[in-house]
Design a protein around this ligand. Structure first.
Ligand code: DX5
Ligand code: ZN
Length: 226
């Protein structure tokens, strides 16, 4: 499957969000990753449906990949769908009725995804894998950009690749946290296809160049996959 880059706007300069997002897309990003935090599920507060709606207006054709790090996501899913979210993912750890929540996302016309924190094993998703469009493996503890990659995420990506094959499913495998030039090779060789990157894209230097270099490193690493 093709490798895609999902620039995480969490590390953009919010005073010029449109320009930063455009630069990341021009550099090869194919979706915008929108990190939604509520100060309860994670110890940080970020953005909500209003900013999502502005992004939708500015980028009508771009996939908005909304990663909800919030408690009670069912309450907010309709608002994100209304704002123009394309994909909505929820944390397994935040959903008592995960099956129902995934159905709710789908019923609002968005692609449902599920997210695993570093401490949560893949088997927790056994009963819902056939319902999801993507599985997002957290390779940092959620809440902040610019953290160090947790290598334990790699075996979860490998497990997902195997399970998908065995079950004949088609969900996509996304990874989030600490994706950078020095980690992206092993990440794509493990089988991750959608690479979320915040700090590595927006942190310093030229945003477009950063995105291009990261994608180039990812794609050349897949070429040497054995
Ligand atoms: C963390 C967020 C990530 C974050 C990744 O809770 O879910 O999307 O932006 O940031 P980097 O790429 O800087 O680790
Ligand atoms: Zn995220």
């Amino acid at each position: 499957m093709a490798i895609e880059l999902a620039p995480s706007i969490l590390s953009a300069n919010f005073s010029r969000l449109g320009a930063d997002a455009k630069a990341a897309l021009d550099g090869g990003g194919t979706l915008l990753h929108v990190d939604v935090m509520d100060g309860h599920f994670v110890p940080n507060i970020t953005i909500g449906p209003l900013v999502t709606a502005s992004l939708r207006k500015a980028f009508p054709g771009v996939i908005l990949d909304c990663h909800l790090m919030i408690e009670n996501p069912d309450v907010y899913i309709p608002a994100f769908a209304e704002a123009g979210a394309s994909w909505i993912s929820v944390h397994q750890e935040a959903c008592v009725h995960l099956h129902r929540t995934l159905q709710l996302i789908e019923s609002h016309g968005c692609k449902p995804g599920v997210v695993l924190n570093p401490a949560t094993p893949v088997m927790m998703l056994d009963e819902v894998l056939d319902m999801v469009h993507h599985v997002l493996v957290m390779s940092v503890n959620p809440g902040f950009g610019g953290q160090k990659f947790i290598p334990g995420a790699l075996h979860k990506v490998k497990t997902l690749v195997e399970v998908r094959e065995v079950l004949g499913l088609a969900f996509r495998i996304e990874i989030d946290g600490g994706v950078a030039l020095d980690t992206v090779g092993e990440i794509v060789r493990a089988g991750a296809e959608i690479l979320v990157a915040g700090n590595a894209v927006f942190g310093k230097g030229d945003i477009g160049d950063n995105a291009r270099k990261l994608l180039e490193a990812a794609r050349s690493a897949t070429l040497i996959r054995t």
